[in-house]
Ligand binder design. Sequence first.
Ligand SMILES: O=C(O)CCC(=O)C(=O)O
Ligand SMILES: [Fe+2]
Ligand SMILES: [Zn+2]
Length: 634
Amino acid sequence: MDLDIAIETKEKVRNPTIKLNKKLAIAIAALTKSEKKPFDQLVTQEPTNKLIAVHFGVGDQDDYDTICNYVKQFGQNKIMIYPVRNYAFIEFQNIQQSLQLTQSLQIFENIKFANLKYQNKERATMFFYTKEQELIGGGMCDIPNAMRQVNIPGLYLIHDFITPEYEKYILDLIDKQEWSKLKQRRVQHYGYEFIYGDNTVNINQPADKHIPAFLEDVRAKVSDLIKPQPEINQLTVNEYLPGMGIPPHFDVHPPFHEKFVSISLLSGLVMSFKSFKGEEYHLYLPPRSCALFTGEVRYAWFHSIAARKIDKVEGETHFRSKRLSLTFRTIRNDLKCDCEYQFFCESQGYNPLTMKNKNPLLQEYLAKLNQIGIIQDNKVVPNKTQEEIQLLEEQQQQLLQIPKATEVEKKYVYEIYDKIAPHFSSTRYKPWPKIEQFLKSLEPGSLVADVGCGNGKYLGSNPDIEIVGTDRSENLLKICKEKSDAYQVFSADSLRLPLKSEMFDAVISIAVIHHFSNKILRQQAIKELLRICKSKGLVLIYVWAMEQEEKTFNEQDVFVPWNLQFKYEDEKVINQEVQQQFKIDDQKKTVVYKRYYHVFKQGEIEELLSEMPGFKIVNNYYDHANWVVVLQKD
Ligand SMILES: O=C(O)CCC(=O)C(=O)O
Ligand SMILES: [Fe+2]
Ligand SMILES: [Zn+2]
């Protein structure tokens, strides 16, 4: 880290943890209010593939394209950007991509910024979040610029198919009918019951529910439109709230006749179309319009509605509101279809469930949809080599395998330290000289990470260097901040540090690695220390030794009691009003908590390291009942 950046950092970063929490609280409050959903359960410390990005929206004066293009560098993603707000939701395909984005922006606030051009880069802050369905309101990163008119074979858009008065009249009546709830939308079916999953109807079983009489005018009008096809005898009503859509599909051939229509009520929105040749169109369906599907578009094009809240139409932004669609179809008498689009035809070998047909043309079509290749001269030409595809798959696989903390760390390390933080801190005030010596030996202006900084005992050891501390325990972090407002600390998982690679001149890990309960986790934690360290930078690691003068361990995996003095404990625990798995020692006036340790045998840390690449051991020694190694990164 350059000296000038380090100085800048000192100027700007006063209280990042608190600032982050405040921003998060504001973001959550805003989200909860605007989305009418509780968002407080959503945020997580564990990295996920999903991010809430605050100060990263068009409300902060950045435009969609700038934001989308920046995010796109890190991988394919879905992004939901609100028109007037200052936050966005981003969902990547994997954790690595989201981590890389956070790492590019947020070394906790202001330390380092990549080549961001947009205005509020310095304030952008990212939070990981969990739940699956929350991005329903999202859309693809590139919101396509839809047209009011497109040339798709067989598709006709009829404007003002019904009058505003008729629309109003039928809307009230439709809303009073009985709705069925799908996962994403509400629907009504008339004439025949729709069988989702099979995307069909039972042609031998007309439903009791007939198309309502108040829709007879519009049904008759559509029947006229589709002549000589037999009259409309089936209706589906779909309700789309802003942010809802329908995935790409084409309506199965039998049991439906060729022609069908979709009438839009209330809000307009954009419907997308894709052909087997790879053509793609986005058409704005205005309110009260009727889209008529015939021939090629009906039989062989996918149609879909992206799950967005906004559409772009000929350069203008369109905010969606509630839309109802009326899809009128005619059910056939038999399941035969003799269309010329055989490779999409269920009655000609196509299986709509598996989306497979032995016909090679369909394979090409699907290949195109899967974007593994492009179609040239009616053949798929892959746009990635076999090796590239394999590499991608391997990378994906590896990422999925970044190990996670087990119940042991959660219960006997993370929870315990958070619990005993003030008491623990009161007993840990004296820095160990050799560690201070190490920090003092670093060049002025060095940037150092103290991963697992605890109560921040070393954060002030050398005023000429810049130290940032991370810990899992919020309560220990609080203590750091109480000690000095200038301490730069934030909460992080040592197994996946939200820090950019190759950033730090030195990294220290004091009494951390011995808290992981298996070798894979210990190695992963060390991998992370090395990753964030610059080439030629130093990594100092302290782990508790099995060989000690005062204590004898019979085993390497041990639970070490912590006698928490009553004055630090909740009265309810002391009086045993709440159920506890901890022992209460009435004589010593303590509650006994257990901390997990893996104590290292002599030579064990070196052995662990011998299986890992990218550094050499430049020093090792024994200090304060700890085995110590100093690594220099290659
Ligand atoms: O809502 C629409 O306009 C289309 C509905 C649709 O595609 C379907 O139900 O198959
Ligand atoms: Fe459809
Ligand atoms: Zn067919």
